[in-house]
Design a protein. Structure first.
Length: 367
């Protein structure tokens, strides 16, 4: 019993000594659990004009190597990412997530351009600036939001917000008469590249809306929006209502077709079952009929037996010749009820009666 006990103790010791899940270590090739640096946020990120900055300390940028090694908790690497963030989607969130995870200790500042700058340099937006500010505020990776961010980053702006690195995708961004607005940031060694999320962008979403404009206009009209709110003309409004009615009729016809198909299918299944049952019953009926009325059926045997019994009943048995003959006893005389007179008798009986009477009279005379 001792060896099993010792093996159990050794296994328990190995489990306790292991620092990873299920007693695993770094040598086992199983990654250890990472400690969570931050818990879920309960409030949106603050705006930059609401955050107090201690300007008493000098602004000294950290190098890329120092940022990768990790900085003290009270001196996080301040990373800046800017954009329009119109129709905030998962591509925006992924870019901000990459910026937040560039270094072990990162404080992410996000700049959002105003409507005026955006409409002048890029074009009209779907969401206004306040809606875009609010959308970025509620992204979990953002620590601070800069409203009315500049289109081109100046040294004064970088120094005011004490920015160490600027995060953006590495594709040259041509705008405001420049081939790349981040060229001077890259030359200063402050650029930290991120990767774009393929397959989704604000332009793609707007393209889908424009492509399916009629569908969305009809849907919103059905939900209660007016044609004026949707900037739809009177003719188009009537056209959308007519299309909506036609679609409803088509849907009803389709539903009726599907129901009729289901009904026909059920009828076919039931008819098949009825035919199968009818075939089984017909086979059973034919078998019973042949068993009763066939050439070797039960009816033939019954008729044979009945015929034999009838013949036996009709033909009496012949008595043997040696048996003595017995006189047949006279049948008893029948007397009429409630009458003292004797019934009329046959001539033979009458002669017998007369002889009996004469005989009786002679006896009386003798007496």
């Amino acid at each position: 019993m001792e060896p099993p006990t010792s093996s159990r103790l050794n296994s328990r010791k190995r489990r306790k000594d292991g620092s990873g899940p299920n007693g695993a270590t770094e040598l086992d090739g199983i990654p250890l659990k990472m400690s969570r640096r931050s818990l879920g946020l309960r409030e949106p990120a603050p705006f930059s004009d609401e955050v107090e900055i201690d300007y008493s300390k000098p602004y000294i940028r950290v190098t890329y190597e120092e940022a990768m090694r990790g900085t003290p908790l009270d001196r996080p690497v301040r990373v800046y990412a800017d954009g329009i963030f119109d129709l905030f989607h998962s591509g925006h969130a992924r870019a901000l997530m990459q910026a937040k995870n560039l270094f072990p200790n990162t404080y992410l500042i996000v700049g959002v351009c105003s409507d005026e700058l955006t409409h002048n340099f890029k074009g009209f937006t779907v969401m206004n600036e306040n809606e875009r500010y609010d959308a970025v505020q509620h992204c979990r990776y953002v620590d601070e939001v800069v409203r009315n961010a500049p289109w081109t980053l100046t040294p004064e702006f970088l120094a005011e917000h004490r920015i160490d690195f600027v995060a953006h995708d590495d594709i040259p961004y041509s705008s405001a008469g420049s081939d790349d607005v981040y060229k001077h940031i890259k030359e200063a060694g402050m650029f930290a590249p991120t990767q774009r999320t393929e397959g989704i962008s604000t332009s793609d979403i707007i393209t889908r809306i424009v492509r399916d404009y009629d569908v969305y206009a009809r849907r919103n009209l059905q939900r209660g929006y007016t044609a004026k709110e949707l900037n739809v003309s009177f003719i188009n409004e009537k056209k959308y209502h007519l299309q909506e009615r036609v679609d409803k009729v088509k849907k009803r016809v389709k539903d009726v077709e599907e129901k009729s198909k289901e009904f026909v299918q059920k009828v076919e299944e039931k008819s098949i079952d009825l035919i199968q049952k009818w075939e089984e019953k017909s086979r059973e009926f034919i078998g019973n009929f042949l068993e009763m009325f066939g050439p070797e059926g039960a009816l033939k045997h019954m008729l044979k037996e009945g015929k034999g019994r009838m013949l036996q009943a009709i033909s009496p048995k012949q008595s043997p010749s040696s048996s003595p003959t017995h006189d047949r006893s006279p049948s008893p005389s029948f007397r009429w009820p409630f009458s003292t007179k004797t019934p009329p008798s046959s001539p033979a009986n009458r002669s017998r009666n007369e002889s009996a009477v004469t005989y009786d009279i002679s006896e009386d005379e003798e007496d």
